[in-house]
Design a protein around this ligand. Structure first.
Ligand SMILES: Nc1ncnc2c1ncn2[C@@H]1O[C@H](COP(=O)(O)OP(=O)(O)O[C@H]2O[C@H](CO)[C@@H](O)[C@H](O)[C@H]2O)[C@@H](O)[C@H]1O
Ligand SMILES: O=P(O)(O)OC[C@H](O)CO
Length: 723
C-alpha cells in the first residue's frame, strides 16, 4: 500500500484544554474512523487545522504539537484573520450556502476570495513539502477546492484524489459564483474527483461544460492532456461500532431511563449540527401541526431535538439559533402542561453513548434537511437498531435518500406532508417497521465507511498516473527534433491550432504576426509549410494565398500545394448527397438559435459554438445520429469537430494530404503535423512512424506530443527562426 497523505480542513482530533492540562484525542467522526486504518497502515500523514488553539500557552502548544506528531498529524494553524475570512468567510458564508442552493444567504459582495486562495496555497505548500514519490494524496471537501490544482503544479506526477462531502449544486447555481472557473480548475488538478451521489457527478459535469466548455465521458473528462476520473462514492459509517455500542449494557440502561421518563409517550428524535441546511424549523412546525390537527396525540408525544453548536461566529447561524429557540418556546407554550412539554431541545454535543441511546430509544427518527450531501445521522440511526425497530423519516434532498429507499421519504419543504408522514410512522405496524429496518440495516452495514474508503482508494490507485503528461511536456522535445532535421515539412491545421476559435468562422482571420511568422518559417532552408484545414478553399486563398505555403481546404478535398499554383479537387468524389442532407441541417438551425450551416464545395457543416454549451452538445449528438441513420449507406461520412458537425465525402480526409506531400518531396523528410480537433486525428494517423504529431489542447489524441494551444504552437514555429 502506498503512503497516504490526507489533507482536510480539520484534523480528525480534538484538542482538550482543562486548566493546565492539555491533551489531543482522535475524534470519533466517520472520516476519522474510516481513514484511521489506512492512515496508520500506510505510515502516512494527516494534514489539517487542529481548531482554535489561540488560548494555549507556548508550552501547551508544544505539547499539542508533540501529541499530534504521535498521531501522525501535521497541524496547519490558522490565524484569527484566516479563521474569520477563509473558514467563516469564503468557505462558510459563500461556498456552503451556494452548494446547498441558498443563494440568498450569500453576501452581496464576497471579500474573502483572496484569503481562501491563500489558505489553499498554504495547505498545498505544506502537503507538497511532506510528499514523497509514490505517495497517494487525498484532499477533502469544499474548504480546499483549489488544493488539487495547486498540488498538481508542484507535483505533476503525484496521484491525487479529491472528495466533495457536500452537495455539488446544479450548474445553474454553481455558475453564479464569480470564481467558478478557478474552483473547477482547482478540482481538475486531481486524478479522481468523488461525490456522494451520481446526481452531484452529473451537476459537476454540466458545470465543466458550461464553465470550461469541457465535454465529459460517463466517468472521466480530459483536461490539459490529463484524464480526470469522476465517480459517485456514497460515504458510509462505522456501522459495526454503532451496533456494538447500541448493544452495550450502559447504553441499554440509558435507553431505559429515557423511556421511563417518557412513559405513555412516543419518542421522536432529531440530531443535527445547528445548521440552517438541516431543516429544523420546518421539522418543528410539522410537530406543531400534528399536535394542532390531532388533539389525541397531545401529551403522548415527546420530541427530543439535539443540536450541536456550529460556526457560531457566522451571523446566519446565530439568527438560525434564535429562530429555533423561538419556535421551541412557542410550541411548548402552546402544547405544554405543568407536567410535560412536547419539545425537549438541547443545544449541545452528546457523547457517543448518549447518542447511541437516543438512536436506540427513538420511535421515529426525523432526518429532514432541506439539502444535505449525504447525512450520516440517518445511517447511524439504522446501525444502532439491532432490534430492527424504529422508523426513519428521511428528506428526499439528503444524499442518503438515494440508498436508504426503505425509509419514509419526505419533502422537507412540505410541512403538511411531513405531518402526515410522522403520523403514518407513529401508526406503522410492527411487521412493516421490521421489514423496512432490516433492509436499511443490511445496506448500511454492507456499505460502511471501510467499504467507502476502500472503493475510493482502489479506484484512485488503479489510475495510471505515471503516464500522464504535464501540459507543456511536448514543446521542448518537438523544437529540438525539428531543429535537428535535415529536411522538414510542417503540416499545420488552422482553427484551434494557429488561431483560437472565434464566435463565427469568418471572425478568425489571421493576424499580421501569424502571417509574418508563417512567411519567415516557410522561407527557411529545407523547410516546407502546408496549411491543412477544414475551411473552404476561397477562405484559405483570401487569408493566406499570398504566403509561400501549400494550402489544403475542406479536409484535403481541395489542394493547392504550390504557392500561386492551381487548386485541384480530389478525383471521384460525389457531392450529389448534399441536396438530400441539407434540409436536415436546416431544420436544426431553424429551431436552435445561434447555430448555422456552412456550405462548402463538397461538405456541409453545422456550427453550434454560440448555442448554450449543454444544449448544443446534446443537439449535436442528435443531429449526428439522425445523419448516420439517414445516410449510413451513402458516399459520405459524419464527423464531429470542435462545436461543429460536418458531413463530407467518404475518403476525403486530412490524412491524404500527408501522402500527397510526401510523394512530392521524396524520402528523407521529417514530417511534423499539428492539429487540435478530431479531424486532425486523420492527419496524425498518416504521419510516418519517425515523424512528429502534436495535439494542441486537452482532448484524447493519438498524437505523440501535446501542447497547450495556439500560443505554444506559435512558440515552436518561432523557435525555428532562432537557428
Ligand atoms: N448533538 C450531537 N452530538 C454529537 N454528535 C452529533 C450531534 N449531532 C450530530 N452529531 C454527529 O455529527 C455528524 C454529522 O454528520 P452529518 O453527515 O449528519 O452532517 P455534516 O453536515 O456535519 O457533514 C458533512 O459531511 C458528511 C460526510 O461526508 C455528509 O454526510 C454531510 O452531508 C455533510 O454536510 C454525525 O456523525 C453525528 O453523529
Ligand atoms: O464544523 P465544520 O465547519 O468543520 O464543518 C463540519 C462539516 O462536516 C463540514 O462538511
Amino acid at each position: 500500500m502506498s503512503r497516504l497523505l490526507l489533507v482536510s480542513n480539520r484534523l480528525p482530533v480534538t484538542v482538550k484544554a482543562e486548566k493546565d492540562q492539555v491533551s489531543v484525542v482522535r475524534s470519533a467522526g466517520g472520516l476519522a474512523t474510516g481513514l484511521s486504518g489506512p492512515h496508520e497502515r500506510s505510515g502516512g500523514l494527516w494534514i489539517g487545522w487542529p481548531g482554535d488553539v489561540s488560548r494555549l500557552s507556548q508550552a501547551q502548544r508544544a505539547k499539542v504539537d508533540a501529541q499530534l506528531a504521535e498521531l501522525r498529524c501535521v497541524p496547519l494553524y490558522l490565524s484569527a484573520s484566516e479563521v474569520s475570512r477563509f473558514y467563516e468567510g469564503y468557505s462558510n458564508r459563500v461556498l456552503w450556502p451556494l452548494c446547498h442552493y441558498l443563494l440568498d444567504r450569500m453576501p452581496r459582495q464576497d471579500r474573502d476570495w483572496d484569503a481562501y486562495s491563500k489558505v489553499n496555497e498554504r495547505f498545498a505548500e505544506l502537503a507538497a513539502s511532506h510528499y514523497q514519490p509514490g505517495d497517494t494524496i487525498w484532499v477533502h471537501d469544499y474548504q480546499l477546492m483549489l488544493v488539487p490544482g495547486l498540488l498538481r503544479k508542484r507535483l505533476p506526477e503525484a496521484r491525487i484524489g479529491f472528495f466533495h462531502h457536500i452537495p455539488f449544486p446544479s450548474s445553474e447555481i454553481f455558475r453564479t459564483l464569480p470564481h467558478r472557473e478557478a474552483l473547477v480548475r482547482g478540482l481538475l488538478g486531481a486524478d479522481l474527483v468523488g461525490f456522494h451521489t451520481s446526481s452531484y457527478v452529473h451537476h459537476f459535469s454540466n458545470t465543466m461544460l458550461q464553465v470550461l466548455g469541457l465535454e465529459t465521458e460517463v466517468d472521466h473528462v480530459t483536461h490539459e492532456g490529463r484524464t480526470v476520473r469522476l465517480g459517485a462514492f456514497p460515504m458510509g459509517i462505522d456501522a459495526a461500532a454503532f451496533e456494538r455500542l447500541a448493544q452495550e449494557q450502559g447504553t441499554l440502561d440509558e435507553v431505559k431511563v429515557l423511556r421511563e421518563r417518557a412513559t405513555g409517550q412516543r419518542l421522536l428524535v432529531g440530531v443535527d449540527r445547528l445548521d440552517y441546511t438541516k431543516g429544523i424549523p420546518r421539522r418543528l412546525l410539522a410537530v406543531q401541526r400534528l399536535l394542532e390537527r390531532e388533539p389525541s396525540w397531545r401529551g403522548r408525544l415527546r420530541f427530543i431535538q439535539v443540536a450541536v453548536p456550529s460556526r457560531t461566529q457566522v451571523e446566519d447561524y446565530a439568527a438560525y439559533r434564535e429562530e429555533v429557540d423561538e419556535l421551541v418556546g412557542r410550541i411548548n407554550g402552546l402544547y405544554g402542561t405543568i407536567h410535560n412539554v412536547p419539545v425537549h431541545y438541547l443545544y449541545r454535543s452528546l457523547n457517543e453513548r448518549q447518542l447511541a441511546a437516543l438512536y436506540r430509544g427513538a420511535d421515529v427518527m426525523l432526518v429532514t434537511p432541506i439539502r444535505d450531501g449525504m447525512n450520516l445521522v440517518a445511517k447511524e440511526f439504522c446501525a444502532s437498531r439491532p432490534d430492527e425497530d424504529g422508523v426513519l423519516l428521511l428528506s428526499e434532498f439528503a444524499g442518503a435518500s438515494n440508498e436508504l429507499c426503505e425509509a419514509t421519504v419526505v419533502n422537507p419543504y412540505d410541512v403538511e406532508g411531513m405531518t402526515d408522514a410522522i403520523l403514518k410512522a407513529l401508526e406503522m405496524p410492527a411487521a412493516e417497521r421490521q421489514r423496512r429496518m432490516r433492509a436499511l440495516r443490511e445496506r448500511v452495514k454492507a456499505h460502511d465507511v471501510h467499504w467507502w474508503v476502500g472503493r475510493f482508494l482502489d479506484t484512485l490507485q488503479a489510475i495510471p498516473v505515471a503516464t500522464q503528461q504535464p501540459e507543456t511536456a511536448g514543446a521542448k522535445d518537438v523544437m529540438a527534433r525539428l531543429k535537428a532535421a535535415g529536411r522538414r515539412v510542417l503540416l499545420l491545421d488552422y482553427d484551434g491550432t494557429l488561431v483560437g476559435y472565434a464566435a463565427r468562422p469568418e471572425l478568425a482571420s489571421p493576424d499580421p504576426e501569424l502571417k509574418s511568422l508563417l512567411a519567415r518559417v516557410a522561407a527557411l532552408p529545407h523547410t516546407s509549410v502546408h496549411i491543412v484545414s477544414g475551411r473552404a478553399k476561397e477562405t484559405l486563398e483570401a487569408w493566406l494565398g499570398e504566403l509561400p505555403v501549400g494550402l489544403h481546404g475542406e479536409h484535403g478535398l481541395w489542394s493547392r500545394p504550390k504557392p500561386g499554383g492551381e487548386w485541384k479537387m480530389l478525383e471521384g468524389v460525389s457531392t450529389d448527397w448534399k441536396a438530400q442532407a441539407r434540409p436536415l441541417l436546416d431544420s436544426f438551425t431553424a429551431r436552435i438559435p445561434g447555430s448555422f450551416v456552412e456550405e462548402k464545395t463538397a461538405s456541409l457543416a453545422w456550427h453550434y459554438r454560440q448555442v448554450d454549451a449543454g444544449y448544443g452538445a446534446s443537439q449535436a449528438r442528435e443531429l449526428r445520429l439522425k445523419l448516420i441513420e439517414a445516410f449510413a449507406q451513402g458516399p459520405m461520412e459524419v464527423l464531429t469537430g470542435d462545436k461543429v458537425v460536418e458531413v463530407r465525402p467518404r475518403g476525403a480526409h486530412k490524412g491524404r494530404v500527408v501522402t500527397q506531400v510526401m510523394e512530392a518531396l521524396g524520402p528523407g523528410v521529417l514530417v511534423a503535423a499539428f492539429g487540435d480537433d478530431r479531424t486532425d486525428e486523420d492527419l496524425f494517423g498518416a504521419v510516418p512512424e519517425d515523424g512528429i504529431s502534436v495535439h494542441a489542447g486537452g482532448r484524447p489524441t493519438r498524437a505523440g506530443y501535446r501542447v497547450s494551444g495556439p500560443d505554444e504552437v506559435r512558440q515552436i514555429l518561432a523557435s525555428l527562426l532562432k537557428g
